[in-house]
Design a protein around this ligand. Structure first.
Ligand code: S3P
Length: 431
């Protein structure tokens, strides 16, 4: 589906942020790992998170989808069923990287995971290495891609240092650690999102953080009754960008998750002089179980360029395409360093964003680990191909609203992976 987004008049009104994708995946997985039913309020109804519900069903969990909640009746930590066929993760990288942590601990059972074309290009060796150290056997295509097999085993605890700050890999090792004898520790080079840690703490697991290290001790079962999924700051970020870029706009976005590990984009935007008010969580060493939320009050204003360094990257990883877009409208230069991880997202997001925005008139260049944009008073417009990537599709739409001549997005349906109501929500704010 190709859609045109014309230059917009001011965006105004109030919007509730769609549910958080990362937290929804984790809620369904922990629900499946629990022995008692888990009630999940506000579960994201989108393609990626539906893949997770299908996966846990295939593993023996019962899933009831109600109007206000999803109830997952799990199998328990060590009793996932061996499915008849392969588990299809669709387009969901988080499912592909977190689920194996649980499956690796299913002693004597075998599982095969596969997904769509994009998933087949994304590396799984980063989880295979620690899971093998813990005692599982993992066989991946060409040693590092889907489809791959997991042969579950009795796991042993390990201490593992990640090469890249990845919440997916960290979470995978922590989930495996739940059923591995002893204390499993994961260290990361920079802080990444900590939803798994918070949810495990809420589930009564012995877990603690010490700087950039997290330790989890094996447990018999997870004690979770109810989980509430907050709004997704990464989805809300598109609306925030629209509000900041389209002259005259003033938006209120409610129920946004403001966990410090997810609000890097809002801090970068504030540094660019963007007007966004909200009660953001402060950085804290101490691990807490809650996921704080806030309303965001956004207004249009002139932006200034900024520099984003490596430590900030994991805290804004999914919003970096929007930083590039904002940079096109800012005074001076906007530079992102240390973001080579973008090359292994749904597409190579450095190449995709740079080529896509350049096609709309941006003065932007790629580097091996990021990009540099020189603000040139906005964007002309044109055509952008989402290449099947939800965040490229949504970035193209926002670019269109703020452009001089409008933007046609090729493959707008990709947005359904994380934000199925995106176009309707935008239309509501523009009307
Ligand atoms: C995610 C972590 C990030 C992010 C992805 C979701 C998660 O990936 O890009 O969209 O839910 O843990 P990495 O951990 O690979 O950086």
């Amino acid at each position: 589906m190709n859609l045109r987004f014309e230059p917009s008049r001011a965006l105004t009104g109030k919007l509730r942020a769609p549910a958080d994708k990362s937290i929804s995946h984790r809620a369904a997985l922990l629900g499946a790992m629990a022995s008692e039913p888990v009630h999940i309020e506000g579960y994201l109804d989108a393609a990626d998170t539906t893949s997770t519900l299908d996966a846990v069903r295939a593993l023996g969990a019962l899933v009831e989808i109600g109007e206000h909640e999803v109830i997952v009746r799990g199998t328990g930590l060590r009793d996932a069923h061996e499915p008849d066929g392969l588990i299809d993760v669709g387009n969901a990288g988080t499912l592909m990287r977190l689920l194996p942590g649980w499956l690796a601990a299913q002693d004597g059972r075998n599982f095969t995971l596969d997904g769509d074309e994009s998933i087949r290009r994304r590396p799984v060796d980063r989880i295979a290495v620690p899971l093998r150290q813990m005692g599982a056997q993992i066989d991946a295509r060409d040693g590092r891609f889907s489809p791959f097999q997991i042969h579950g085993a009795r796991l042993r605890a390990i201490s593992y240092e990640l090469d890249v700050a990845s919440a997916q890999v960290k979470s995978c090792v922590l989930l495996a650690g739940l059923a591995a004898e002893g204390a499993t520790t994961v260290g990361e080079p920079a802080r990444s999102r900590d939803h798994t840690e918070r949810m495990l703490l809420a589930a009564g697991v012995a877990i603690h953080r010490n700087g950039r290290h997290v330790t989890v001790v094996d447990t018999d079962e997870l004690a979770l009754e109810r989980l509430v999924v907050p709004g997704d700051p990464s989805s809300a970020a598109f609306m925030v960008a629209a509000g900041v870029l389209v002259p005259g706009s003033r938006l209120l976005i409610s129920n946004v998750g403001v966990n410090w590990t997810r609000t890097g984009f809002l801090r970068i935007l504030r540094r660019m002089q963007g007007i966004v008010l909200g009660d953001l969580e402060d950085e804290s060493g101490e691990l807490i179980a809650e996921e704080p939320i806030s309303d965001l009050d956004v207004a249009h204003g002139q932006l200034e360029g900024t520099v984003v360094e490596g430590d900030e990257v994991p805290l804004a990883i999914d919003e970096l395409p929007l930083v590039a877009l904002l940079g096109c409208f800012a005074e001076g230069e906007t530079v992102v360093h240390g973001a080579q991880e973008l090359r292994v997202k749904e597409i190579d997001r450095i190449a995709g964003v740079v080529d896509g925005l350049r096609g709309l008139g941006a003065d932007i260049e790629a580097s091996h680990d990021g990009f540099a944009v020189r603000g040139s008073g906005g964007l002309r417009g044109g055509v952008i191909d989402a290449q099947g990537d939800h965040r490229m599709a949504m970035m193209g739409a926002i670019a269109g609203l703020a452009s001089k001549e409008g933007v046609e997005v090729i493959g707008m349906e990709a947005a359904a992976v994380s934000y199925p109501g995106f176009v309707d929500d935008l239309a509501q704010l523009c009307s």
